[in-house]
Design a protein around this ligand. Structure first.
Ligand code: RIB
Ligand code: CA
Length: 313
């Protein structure tokens, strides 16, 4: 089987963790590296958590690089209210023994994409797009060289989650998102429209715990912790599970449905900062710059995640 080379850009975060663990367990993917960004919690903690995850998965062969510690222009907004003070509250994971790789994560992104055949590396973005925007600004040629960028972010039919109109990843760094969505990179977006359909019910969390391995128990503890905020907010039978939609799209895109549309990012409005203005119904003649995923099969999604997490230590 031809492995597909991927790089994660991430702010782990319990849902990022499930996305990364699933990828590390999947033989179809060659995870070249993990670049951390400030988002759910500050950079020092997203980096610490990424190191804890590669150790949990027994994959310390995957380098973790520190990226940007703040958005391009705005002050950092974090989400400890969802993810806890460590950003990975829930399981009791040990202090990482491995260190981050030397060098800046943005340079790793650029050098890796340039050094491999054009069209062979896919970037998977799970947090604010600061690193991705910096890489595209510093090396515009990588927009063409990348096989694509698959990101979790935005919302249209489901509105926002950090404000009524903005999803967290886009809201934290709307200027970076505007650069990314205007870069011409082949873009696939997994917005709240689809992630809100992927709800971690008690049965689904129990399926992870029943795997019996450390990773399954850790995932169950992560989701049990992070779901409490959303279950109260939405009054659903389970919290939406966001970032693993990115990994699942790479593994089984047939789980999902969407269409090519135009998406613009609101960067100036105070009220609507970070809104993804998605022209889903084609009412403008703006260029189609993103494959926007609107729905997916939640049973197949969780079956995939559970089976893959079951392959880990
Ligand atoms: O809005 C959900 C996104 O914000 C996810 O990536 C979650 O990890 C947080 O970063
Ligand atoms: Ca995230």
């Amino acid at each position: 089987m031809d492995k597909r080379a991927v790089i994660f850009d991430t702010d782990p975060g319990q849902d990022d963790a499930v996305a990364i663990l699933t990828a590390l367990a999947s033989p179809e993917l060659d995870v070249l590296g993990i670049v951390t960004v400030a988002g759910n919690i500050p950079l020092s903690l997203t980096t610490r958590n990424a190191l804890r995850l590669v150790e949990l998965a027994g994959r310390t062969d995957v380098p973790v690089y520190r990226g940007s510690d703040r958005p391009l222009r705005r002050s950092l907004v974090t989400a400890e209210h969802v993810h806890g003070e460590t950003g990975l509250d829930g399981p009791d994971l040990p202090e990482p023994q491995t260190l981050p790789a030397k060098g800046h994560g943005v340079d790793f992104l650029i050098e890796t994409v340039r050094s491999r055949p054009a069209g062979s590396v896919t970037l998977l973005a799970l947090g604010p797009l600061t690193n991705v925007a910096l890489a595209l600004a510093k090396a515009p040629d990588i927009a063409e060289r990348l096989a694509g960028l698959v990101l979790m972010g935005g919302g249209y039919f489901e509105g926002g989650n950090i404000t009524p109109t903005a999803e967290f990843n886009i809201y934290v760094d709307p200027d970076a998102a505007a650069i990314v969505f205007g870069s011409g990179v082949k873009l696939t977006v997994l917005p709240l429209d689809v992630t809100h359909k992927m709800r971690s019910t008690k049965e689904r969390i129990e399926a992870f715990r029943s795997l019996g391995n450390n990773s399954g128990k850790a995932v169950a503890a992560m989701l049990s912790f992070s779901e409490r905020f959303d279950v109260e907010k939405y009054d659903w039978e389970g919290a939406p599970l966001h970032d693993p939609c990115v990994t699942a799209f790479m593994l089984q895109p047939e789980i999902f449905q969407g269409r090519e549309i135009n998406v613009e990012i609101e960067t100036e409005s105070v009220l609507c900062r970070g809104m993804t203005v998605a022209d889903y119904w084609g009412v403008t003649d703006r260029p189609k710059n993103a494959f926007w995923v609107r729905s997916g099969d939640s049973d197949r999604f969780y079956a995939l995640l559970t089976e893959r997490i079951g392959r880990l230590p």
